[in-house]
Design a protein around this ligand. Sequence first.
Ligand code: SAH
Length: 257
Amino acid sequence: MSGRIAVIGLGPGEARWLTPEAAAELAAAEAVYGYGPYLDRVPALHGQARHASDNREEIARAGAALAHAAAGARVAMVSGGDPGVFAMAAAVIEAIEAGPAEWRALEVSVVPGITAMLMVAARAGAPLGHDFCAISLSDNLKPWELVERRLRLAAQAGFAMAFYNPVSKARPWQLDRAFAILRAELPATVPVIFGRAAGRAGERIATVSLAEARGDMADMATCIIIGTPATRIVPREGLPDLVYTPRRADAGGTERA
Ligand code: SAH
């Protein structure tokens, strides 16, 4: 069996953020699987089969791609950003673990990409310059109580945070609740960065204080970075502010410039 599956990160959007390795894997693939909007970003190649699927069908999509690879094909599975961050790489490996023994013999390559939080952080300055964590606010795959607990503990531990999947039609109130939890733990002045469609058309980056942050400032294409009590804003005459979290922290967890 010569089958191979590459789980490829496409980066945030524009072609210049696609790595040369990802481009080479896409060019070599006989079939490309993925969520429709991500597939649309991949230039169509002659003779390459495309299998678009719905956002919520991750395990079915992984199984179809693996069965195709097990039949001897070179298959690519695409994700936005990095495939290992709230995306398809874990779904593919989960399917391999639960699937037929022959799937374990496949060649598997996970091709990293620039994940949303890194793109948003780069646009703002260096808000993730010290310890941080990433939290998906979606309760599709975990109970909301666990999200709340992790928010509280991350704030208490002094982590900067990146929120993925901040809102959806099915989750209208959760983001405001998340801000309320953080306001109970953190100073009102902590910077909150809303990064929408970072690295692609329609990009919008805005920084407000935790006191001002509201759920309706984000949509599904937004990654939100919550600073720490030590995160600083450097104003500049006629130029965008620079938001950064200093590299040093004392024993209490407070960073120092
Ligand atoms: N694997 C992706 C994340 C998938 S989860 C990655 O590594 O980036 C989907 C969430 O990612 C969205 O709800 C949003 O929070 C975030 N996201 C994806 N692309 C984005 C972009 N270009 N700008 C801002 N946020 C983005």
